[in-house]
Design a protein around this ligand. Sequence first.
Ligand code: PEP
Ligand code: MN
Length: 350
Amino acid sequence: MRRSGGVRLRIVLVLIVMRQDATPEQVKGVIAAIEARDLSAHAIPGAQRTAIGVTGNKGALEPGVFEALPGVLEAIRVSHPYKLVSREVKPDDSIVRIGDVPVGGPRLVLIGGPCAVESREQMLTVARGIRDAGGHILRGGAFKPRTSPYSFQGLGEEGLRILADARTETGLPVVTEAVDMESLDLVERYADAIQIGARNMQNFSLLKRAGRAKKPVLLKRGLSATLEEFLMSAEYVVSQGNYDVILCERGVRTFSDYSRNTLDLTVVPAVKQISHLPILVDPSHGTGRRDKVAPLSRAAVAVGADGVIIEVHHDPDRALSDGPQSIKPETFAAMVADLRKFAEAAGRRL
Ligand code: PEP
Ligand code: MN
């Protein structure tokens, strides 16, 4: 990052827009020309045409050098700090698949499951409830980032094995959190998507590792992260070559004394405006109160979220973590039925 006269000069990314009739060979030729300059090429196929983002330039890069290449329509500078995740680079919405479930398309996605995997019986009971209610994806933490070192830390690899069994039993894909490099290796092996939690949103080495993973990443917003910081964290993952990133708003810290966090739903239309990435809402952590989960889920759908992630436990009062915000499987089922109407009103379906 260079500074001059108090103005921050950002390293500028060049975006090469290919002609609509450009051939795959021409796209390859442009990528080769980028790599020959020791730069990184990110091909971004779009509905109309392919764009190729260029990163890795240490100083100013003259876009004109690429304009003479066959198949190139234009080469432009992108000056946002977030580049590959911006709509400028990719105008159409990204659809990210968790297992065989598309996230970001016309259908809203419902993720449900316990805060933590506590036992095989608990996870399977809740998983069946999620499936029967019409949920699409299972959640459940095997590695828990807890405020107190004396609180339940999760079952670790055993928890991942249980999640894999819950997937076999229900046919639903699973998402679970990785808290460090070691757990990320394991999560990548067992799960269908890697969750990076709020507390790790700016763990940049973990983000880079997630960017080299072969599974999609569910990135939760940090407790006090600005929108720019949130998108920059997504950029970390994407810049390493993993384009399958799903954002998740989970509430931010405010002076609120009636909820655990303040669910910042304003961020949803803001993200939609400037990024092509899908965004989910987590009203469980966002409110910390189980009676607020259904109303805030409706609100999430109304503002254009691509789905919700909900904590569900068959015996919330005895849950080892986040019981006060967990709902029972039957409440989840009622909520799903109720959300159908709101989805339709928002031009989506469940
Ligand atoms: C979770 O989803 O269980 C979790 C710990 O969420 P967050 O990182 O948003 O606090
Ligand atoms: Mn939780």
